[in-house]
Write a new protein. Structure first.
Length: 452
């Protein structure tokens, strides 16, 4: 008996330490089993306490009266499937007549407390079927992305971050062509951009970067970029070259549309993805870091340049999708104070991601026209959690996400590994970055007048 007690105490102590130091390991070892048993035991009482039951059917009441029996209990939603995952549980239920999926969305916080889970989110799969995704621990505290292969799920779909419900957050450029990423200084915006580059590096895609902070963020990754600009004047030439490239792609699509009465509708080309593989132009992803630098001006000449830059960006956002040109625009703020054309550009950016912001106005720039709840979630992000963000789209749906930390050294190594996949675009040849050897770059810096 004493031996059994000692062993039991050791097992309990090990489980407590494991839950404290390695919650993911604890969940896989025993947490998922205990949580599943707890959910099944408490299910009926929790559903009743949360108001998620319906009265018995009339025929049951009539049968009880005829048989002189007690009134049947209220009916809970029927469990269709309970599936443990590496981060929590997935519960799928069948609604009873008269129930609404909104009732489950409104009760997620009460369900979290009642089932003893870290978080609960609800979504309606189809009419009458609701899925509850529960997390057993804080999956965003130490982000561990599941193993995946380049291009999983599609040619332009990359795993980018982890959602608070344990699911992987993907950046699908074909579904959401253009995106906006906001965040204050030290909020994790640069790491998010690095993860995006690292996800695109192994794919057959041309990367184009505009980094007006003298290129400190994107130029270390230059070996994987087909074109780069580090100042406003170069950015203007690059954007206008992209507009010209877009026009050439449209001419190619038009020449290959094959419109005739003998061709089925499915074979008529309307964008680059409808073209044959041997004719399809390489898709282009344009990454803009700190967009406000492109919109600021100090004199009339700079104002004219600024107007041309914004006009080119708006054209690419409005017309670029079919030509395989996708925008990812980053900045600390993105409001009407940046001048005319900015709100028109923002309206074309379907994907919205907001890291920690310094005021509610900045959050409204991202989600004010989409979801007030997302605005509230964005302004509640703590400075102690860099990389935590709120991602949403034009449908009004949103979720908290966090990208894994990727150092600049890791990103550079990955881009160097896939440097041979960098396509040559003739229209952008003048903006192809020239990668100098570190020793030569250091010597030229030491010889510059500013350091003399």
């Amino acid at each position: 008996m004493a031996t059994f007690t000692v062993v039991l105490l050791l097992v309990v102590a090990s489980a407590v330490i494991l839950r404290w130091r390695r919650p993911a390991w604890y969940w896989v070892c025993c947490g998922a089993t205990l949580a599943s048993l707890r959910l099944l035991v408490r299910y009926a009482s929790v559903m009743e306490a949360c108001g998620l039951t319906v009265p018995p059917a009339r025929w049951q009441l009539a049968l009880a009266r005829v048989a002189n029996r007690s009134v049947p209990e209220s009916r809970s939603p029927r469990i269709l499937r309970l599936r443990p995952t590496r981060t929590g549980l997935v519960l799928r239920v069948k609604l009873r007549p008269g129930q609404d999926a909104f009732d489950f969305s409104a009760a997620t916080d009460r369900l979290r407390h009642s089932f003893g889970m870290y978080g609960v989110s609800s979504r309606e799969l189809r009419s009458g079927i609701v899925e509850l995704r529960m997390t057993g621990y804080d999956v965003l505290n130490r982000v561990r992305m599941p193993a995946s292969k380049p291009g999983d799920g599609g040619p332009m779909r990359i795993p980018l971050a982890l959602r608070e419900d344990g699911a992987v957050h993907y950046r699908d450029f074909r579904a959401v062509p253009h995106g906006l990423t906001l965040g204050a200084t030290e909020s994790g915006k640069s790491v998010y951009l690095r993860n995006l580059v690292c996800g695109l590096a192994p794919l057959d895609v041309a990367l184009v970067g505009i980094d007006c902070k003298q290129g400190v963020e994107l130029f270390p990754l230059a070996r994987r970029f087909s074109a780069l600009a580090d100042d406003q004047e170069t950015a203007l030439g690059l954007l206008e070259a992209l507009v010209s490239h877009m026009a050439d792609v449209y001419q190619l699509i038009r020449a290959q549309q094959r419109i005739s009465v003998a061709v089925p509708d499915a074979e008529i080309a309307a964008d680059i993805w409808d073209l044959p593989d041997d004719l399809r132009p390489v898709p282009v992803v344009v990454l803009v870091d700190e967009v406000a630098e492109l919109a600021l001006f100090a004199n009339k000449d700079e104002e004219k340049r600024r107007d041309r830059i914004v006009t080119a960006l708006v054209r690419l956002a409005q017309l670029g999708r079919a030509a395989g040109i996708y925008l990812e625009i980053c900045g600390q703020r993105f409001g009407s104070e940046l001048g005319k054309g900015i709100t028109m550009l923002r309206a074309q950016l379907t994907g919205r991601t907001a890291h920690r912001v310094n005021d509610e106005t900045s959050a409204n720039m991202a989600f004010g026209d989409i979801s007030p709840d997302a605005v509230l979630a964005a302004i509640q992000i703590s400075p102690d959690t860099p990389g935590l963000a709120v991602a949403g789209d034009s449908t009004g749906g949103w979720a908290r996400i966090r990208a894994p930390h990727t150092s600049l050294r890791d990103a550079v190594n990955l881009c160097n590994t896939y440097a041979d996949r960098t396509p040559d675009l003739p229209a952008l040849a003048a903006f192809r970055p020239v990668v100098a050897a570190p020793a030569k770059a250091l010597a030229s810096f030491n010889a510059s007048p500013a350091t003399a």
